[in-house]
Design a protein. Structure first.
Length: 277
């Protein structure tokens, strides 16, 4: 229900703010972990004279907590052992000179950038909280854009206007919509008799929605409807009052959406100010 609150194409990709949470899943990205050195004063082990700081274990524990893994002594011991093994292998790789390999150096540079990027995003979100009033205003705006009705429709999509006119003529002769829908270009609905799910008009491109809302229940468009996808014949099956999720249900999505917009603007401004030769 929550995802259908937004018109199609309106949601933007959420900002990923878990500082290396995904990267450290199962210690899957040693490069990012190698950059999270921390202070060596409070250490959990020493490998060939190199300290493994407790802060590194803490970082992995924090990342794993986001995946539901508890923080306890056994978990920390397991993490410590994996970090020891990684330190041993890292030292051996350095002894062999692999750290001087140009490709490895490039990967290290990229890993460093990723860690700093995530840190910047997390700091930005922390210092730029979205006001509750702005979230509620966005909620009301999106709710209004959905309208107060939802429509259940079928459609047949074809390449040419003449093909759509032929379908309409066949419908007038009594042929069933579901049968004619087998020739539709829409792979998602052709095998279901052209059936589309319940949706608000805003979920469709404008020519389609304009034609849909003018139909009476049980009627189809007697003139082909053109969109950027081709020519449609539309049948309206039913109409019902629109159902909306509550503000609290969509608040996380709204927050991510507005954070994404804010952050995108900051990045655009930084790009405009940067000297790029």
């Amino acid at each position: 229900m929550t995802s259908s609150f937004y018109p199609k194409g309106m949601l933007m990709t959420p900002i990923r703010v878990g500082l290396v949470a995904c990267a450290l899943a199962g210690l899957g990205l040693p490069l990012a972990l190698a950059l999270a050195q921390g202070a060596a004063g409070d250490k959990v082990a020493t490998v060939n004279g190199v300290a493994i700081p407790k802060s590194r274990v803490d970082l992995v524990v924090k990342a794993q907590a986001g995946r539901g893994i508890p923080d306890n002594e056994q978990v920390r011991n397991d993490i410590k052992e994996r970090l020891i093994v990684r330190e041993i292998v890292t030292q051996e790789a350095t002894r062999k000179g692999l750290n001087k390999n140009p490709e490895v150096q490039t990967q290290l540079d990229l890993a460093r950038q990723e860690v700093l990027w995530n840190a910047y995003v997390a700091d930005f979100i922390k210092t730029h909280p979205i006001p509750e009033a702005q979230l509620k205003a966005e909620y009301e705006k999106l709710k209004a854009s959905r309208g107060d009705k939802e429509y259940k429709a079928r459609h047949i999509l074809v390449e040419k206007e003449e093909d759509a006119k032929t379908i309409i003529a066949d419908l007038k002769k009594g042929r069933k919509f579901e049968e004619l829908a087998k020739q539709s270009k829409d792979p998602g609905s052709k095998d279901k008799g052209g059936e589309l799910d319940w949706n608000a008009p805003g979920g469709y491109v404008k020519p389609f929605s304009d034609a849909l809302v003018k139909l009476e229940k049980g009627k189809y468009t007697e003139v082909p409807v053109q969109t950027q996808f081709g020519w449609h014949v539309i049948l309206l099956e039913d109409v019902r009052p629109a159902k909306f999720p509550t503000f609290d249900e969509v608040k996380p999505q709204l927050t991510e959406r507005l954070q994404e917009q804010q952050f995108s603007k900051v990045v655009t401004d930084l790009r405009a100010k940067a000297k790029v030769d």
